[in-house]
Design a protein around this ligand. Structure first.
Ligand code: FPP
Ligand code: MG
Length: 275
């Protein structure tokens, strides 16, 4: 059975679970590429990720997820939170069988991603223009579980887990920056959720941080005052979403990370080949 089939079996008794669309399964893919025998571990990590998204959609008051109505929108917040708790608890119950070291790596990532989510909520209360705070938050919220996935899979296969952890961390950070860029560049049909939603929620992702850096104080003030109505805010400046994207630094940063990831791939292949 592959990791999605294992998950379906784990949660088959919960009707609402069946309504959830499958995602890309990135964490599971990385785990099973590193260790093709680790589908159970991949199912556990994907379950934890799924539980975190159920909770995140409640926090973000999201109406849709992966192109369909979110569980909170369809069944209410209580059901979404409890289903998240059920999935999360079952995943941890199964994780114990993988031994202390792997359980510690994964549970520490959940500790970090929960902190990251809280930081995200706090940062969105005021307009954050601090890049270091944004980077630290996305590391915790998104990259920590991808980092842990690679480290745990490597450990289960007897590879150097630190090297794989760094690879996962870089992929995770690049992934979240790209996800934040897609929020601006893509439309609702492609995203499966409303576009330009981050700023609406008060989240200043990297392109907005760079935009803020480039504005004079009067324009900055205009934009900050119009959080929640980003289009109006940008229109007030006589600009549109292209303005946000004219700040290519966010793309440069992902290019840099991609280069790092490529570099690491060579090292990891050597590690796998035992050289
Ligand atoms: C998506 O962020 C959210 C996460 C990657 C992590 C959320 C983590 C929690 C809610 C903590 C969960 C804790 C336990 C114990 C399960 P996003 O809103 O930027 O992405 P989105 O656009 O996909 O919603
Ligand atoms: Mg969200």
């Amino acid at each position: 059975m592959n990791y999605f089939e294992i998950m379906d079996e784990m949660f088959s008794e919960f009707e609402e679970y069946k309504e959830i669309q499958k995602g890309k399964g990135i964490r599971g893919k990385l785990i099973t590429i590193i260790n093709p025998d680790a589908h159970k571990l991949a199912a556990i990590v994907e379950s934890i990720h799924l539980a975190s998204l159920l909770h995140d959609d409640v926090i973000d008051e999201a109406e849709t997820r992966r192109g369909v109505a979110s569980i909170n929108a369809k069944y209410g917040d209580f059901t979404a939170v409890m289903l998240g708790d059920i999935i999360y608890s079952k995943a941890f119950f199964e994780l114990i069988d993988f031994g202390k070291d792997i359980a510690k790596i994964i549970s520490n990532a959940v500790y970090l991603l929960s902190q990251g989510e809280l930081e995200d909520v706090k940062l969105s209360k005021n307009i954050n223009t601090d890049k270091a705070k944004y980077m630290n938050m996305i590391y915790k919220k998104t990259a920590s579980l991808i980092e842990a996935s690679c480290a745990a899979a490597a450990l289960s296969k007897g590879y150097d887990s630190e090297k794989f952890a760094l690879y996962g961390k870089n992929i995770g950070i690049a992934f979240q920056i790209v996800d934040d860029l897609l929020d601006i560049t893509q439309d609702e049909k492609i995203l499966g959720k409303p576009s330009m939603h981050d700023f609406f929620e008060g989240k200043t992702t990297l392109p907005y941080i760079y935009l803020m850096e480039s504005l004079n104080s009067e324009d900055k003030e205009k934009l900050i005052k119009n959080t929640g109505i980003i289009k109006k805010g940008l229109n007030l400046l006589g600009r549109n979403r292209k303005t946000v994207l004219s700040h290519h630094k966010a793309f440069e940063l992902t290019d840099e990370l991609e280069a790092k990831v490529e570099e690491m791939l060579v090292c990891l292949k050597e590690e796998k080949n035992g050289s």
